[in-house]
Design a binder for this molecule. Structure first.
Ligand code: NAP
Length: 299
């Protein structure tokens, strides 16, 4: 089964649009996402544009604030502070990477954790490690909204596994990569789902024998087609987070050798059209959740 993040995210976004359409009557307005882009990086510009388009489709209000590459750290922090105190703004996202003269950590810490829709604020990250529940179900708006924001890509990965009917509990899940934004939080969410989790990285010895024992394999290392068929157990579920370029053709590909793996796996996600669209979808969800938390202070 090829699990299309594109199709799943389309369905979830439709569900969100239906829900958001009820908000003006229930809450007097719709959620508002503010996206800040510093500089002219072409990939960042595309990401920001896609986020704005997705928000619009769902009926959210979105504002994009474009700042010059020469913007100082102080100017950016002042803008974040103003957005933090702006009652009409529910979610704030600073598109990463920021220019080198600006501290990414200071920027992430400056965003009000309640408006941190990326889930990168240290307190949101810390809460993820304390939280034992499994808050990700196969629907757009959860019955029980987690009390803090989950990072978008890891949340999207779990949602894809669930939508594909993959049983996670008791399974051996192997995560390739240990970054703060993907590998580590994915591993923790899998643990919350009662998987037994192994995290691999660039110093892992005998990687292929570990991946070959995985019932669920999440690849997030940024190496084109690194995971080959001989590294994967027959019938495994494989989610490819990588967004890489084929070194020869320059075309977009993932960390997994999709063509040679697809007949071997019970479930596999493609690149493009896999985790990427789910990341944006979960960002929209996080914005709605931040908005709903505001109106339900007990959360
Ligand atoms: P990252 O910060 O560069 O981390 C890469 C991780 O992979 C590191 O933990 C590294 O190990 C590990 N690694 C590198 N080479 C390895 C090897 N040969 N064997 C085992 N592990 C190895 O990257 P990231 O931000 O997590 O992103 C990973 C990939 O996901 C990239 O392709 C990125 O573009 C993609 N991505 C996609 C989305 C999406 O929405 N689809 C979102 C975010 C990222 P060490 O820690 O030992 O260095």
């Amino acid at each position: 089964m090829i699990i299309s993040g594109k199709e799943l995210s389309t369905r979830l976004k439709q569900e969100m649009a239906v829900e958001v359409a009820t908000f003006p009557e229930r809450f007097g307005r719709v959620p508002h996402l503010a996206v800040i882009l510093v500089g002219e990086d072409p990939a960042s510009q595309t990401y920001v544009r896609n986020k704005g388009l997705a928000a619009e489709k769902i009926g959210l209000r979105s504002s994009t604030i474009r700042l010059a590459e020469s913007t100082t750290e102080e100017e950016l922090l002042n803008l974040i502070s103003a957005l933090n105190s702006d009652e009409s703004v529910d979610g704030i996202l600073v598109q990463l990477p920021v220019p080198r003269h600006i501290s990414e950590q200071k920027v992430l810490e400056a965003i009000d954790r309640a408006k941190d829709v990326d889930g990168f604020h240290p307190l949101n990250m810390a809460d993820l490690w304390r939280y034992r529940k499994s808050p990700v179900e196969d629907k757009a708006i959860q019955d029980e909204i987690p009390p803090f924001t989950l990072p978008c890509t890891p949340k999207g990965v779990i949602r894809m596994l669930k939508a594909a009917g993959v049983e996670i509990s008791g399974k051996h899940a192997v995560v390739l990569g240990r970054s703060n934004i993907v590998g580590l939080p994915v591993a923790k969410l899998l643990l919350n789902e009662d998987a037994t989790v192994t995290i691999c990285h660039s110093r892992t010895r005998d990687l292929a024998s570990i991946t070959a024992s995985a019932d669920i394999l999440i690849a997030a290392i940024g190496k084109p087609r690194f995971v080959t068929a001989d590294m994967v157990k027959e019938g495994a579920a494989v989610i490819d987070v990588g967004i890489d370029r084929d070194p020869v053709t320059g075309s977009l590909c993932g960390d997994v050798d999709f063509e040679n793996l697809k007949d071997r796996c019970s479930v596999i996600s493609p690149v493009p059209g896999g985790v990427g669209p789910m990341t944006i979808c979960c960002l929209m969800e996080n914005t709605i959740e931040a908005f709903l938390r505001k109106f339900s202070p007990q959360l």
